[in-house]
Design a protein around this ligand. Structure first.
Ligand code: ATP
Length: 234
């Protein structure tokens, strides 16, 4: 479904990604784990076309997308939940969701998807009229995920959804990611929280200083002594 082939990405003269190749297949949860500054967010930005790959290729359903502008890539069905949640603080929960659907005009479908979002996170239904900025961190993350789902993407890109959240909220969010995937959504999950991410993923990639250093089934990575020592606290 998504394929990166030998991708290099730069910020000016600084190379942030080196020869990154990875795939995400239809129906999977694939996670990209790695330390702070490894290049995980840059990988997502490159897929979305915000930072262009200087070398290499990115294919979506067999079509090259690395030369396309970000808005075209969104229209092809790739939706990102950026790090730091970035909801609209002065708009209500409902208005944030409506904005997620701005490319659509199928009112019945939109209504159905709002209901689906509220079924995933009932607390958002209760807070439907509340301003986004007054929600807790966990609720804002829930809203950011739901807003991305409102575009009805084929692939959901998540950048560190667990960042700064309490363990109980993280568990709730990861349970929902698994549910959304079970309902048919393909997910590419970038996380520093390797333990939780590998527990819900089918496959995982490990990134170190801009390169992929390991790739395997998530269960294999979770059991690997090397991964346990480096990312899972032994
Ligand atoms: P984090 O978990 O902290 O977001 P990350 O794995 O997502 O880390 P990136 O944010 O992709 O890592 O950063 C990869 C490298 O690129 C780092 O060395 C970082 O300092 C550098 N970098 C990121 N953004 C920029 C930028 N706008 N300008 C210059 N260098 C950048």
């Amino acid at each position: 479904m998504l394929e990166l082939k030998h991708v290099d990405t730069y910020y000016g003269n600084i190379q942030a990604l080196r020869d990154v190749s990875l795939t995400v297949n239809d129906g999977e949860i694939v996670t990209l784990i790695g330390a702070n500054g490894a290049g995980k967010s840059t990988t997502l930005m490159t897929i979305c076309g915000i930072n262009k790959a200087r070398n290499g290729e990115i294919f979506w359903d067999g079509q090259p997308i690395h030369t396309l502008p970000p808005n075209t890539i969104v229209r092809l069905g790739i939706s990102q939940v950026p790090e730091g949640r970035l909801i609209f603080p002065d708009l209500s929960v409902q208005e944030n969701l409506d904005l997620g659907a701005f490319l659509r005009n199928d009112q019945a479908g939109i209504k159905q998807d709002v209901d689906y979002a509220f079924s995933l996170f009932p607390i958002l239904a209760e807070r439907r009229k509340q301003l986004g900025g007054t929600l807790s961190g966990g609720e804002q993350q829930m809203l950011a995920i739901c807003r991305a789902l409102m575009a009805r993407p084929k692939l959901l890109l998540l950048d560190e959804p667990s960042l700064g959240l309490a363990p109980i909220i993280i568990r709730q969010i990861f349970d929902i990611i698994r549910k959304v995937n079970a309902d048919g959504m393909t997910v590419f999950l970038v996380e520093q929280n390797a333990n939780q991410a590998l527990r819900i993923a089918h496959r995982g990639y490990v990134m170190e200083t801009g390169s992929i250093s390991m790739a395997d089934q998530a269960s294999v990575l979770l059991a690997s002594p090397q991964i346990r020592a480096a990312y899972l606290g032994g």
